[in-house]
Design a protein. Sequence first.
Length: 341
Amino acid sequence: MRPGCIHVLALASVLSLSTAAAHADREIKPPQGQGPFEFALIGDTPYVASNTPGVAYPPFERLVSEINGDNKIKWVLHAGDIKNGSTLCSDEMFADRLTRFGEFQKPFIYTPGDNEWTDCHRINNGQYQPLERLAKLRQVFFPTPGVTLGAVPMKVTSQAQTPGHEEFPENVRWTHNRVVFATLHIVGSNNAQAAFQPGSSAMRTQADDAEVARRNAANLAWLHGTFDEAERDGAPGILIMIQANPGLEFDQSVADRQGYEDFLTALETRAQAYGKPVVLAHGDSHYFRVDKPRLLNQRFLGNFTRVETFGAGNVHWIRVSVDPRSEQVFSFQQEIVEGNP
């Protein structure tokens, strides 16, 4: 391993910051305390070149082995995209990824990506109707709302346990040592609003647009609920994970950012009012970084930090260290898996 360390401070300084049901008897109930802890952040993996289920994929296997061998890691977060964007969205692929994720000997928390449902209309993806794939994805990866994946699952709070939001088992929230964590189902391809590929037999319908509206409303409710909980309990920090890069590098005139405006507006408003460290973790663009981008109104918030995962051909991970007693709360260390590209 050839690790490098990045800490989230101010801009002018160095940046600081199924399985579940089958193993429910082994669930972890994390104790609440004040001490520091660590977890792993990954995304956009495994991008198996052949996409053949069951085929050995040494880079991902080395990644799993390294994380499993680290006793300090409490859980694994996966920021979505469990296949590349030009391979089949088959049932066999879903089953293969479920098996691979079950090899983590830690609780495994996953938020869906566009590659595994939104973009499945593409000809080389199998010309699936995306909503059919989304329903299958939820069936496979979220069979028991409130229980994570991984060989040793962990109990979390699922939005599906909230009346009126039963459709969204993938949005989860949990607290460890007073720090609040949440996932929101926000995907690439302009948050599932991109046009379908010309020539595909799959056709975009009003149902696809209605899904976007329902999911957007659910995500906003879950975001506000996360900040409400953190403020009520005096949490020292919040980490929110989504799949999409919501275009933080661009201004509001960029079309591909339009699908994220509601989320970014709410995030900016709540983060500014909260005042304590807020981290947005995401994947999507396969570019490892920890930075402090401006949000919707190009306004700098000193308490806001973005971390993007490794991904695609770079099969590595990020160690996230959390110290509730620290002013910055979160810090990040890149973990380069020896032998991986």
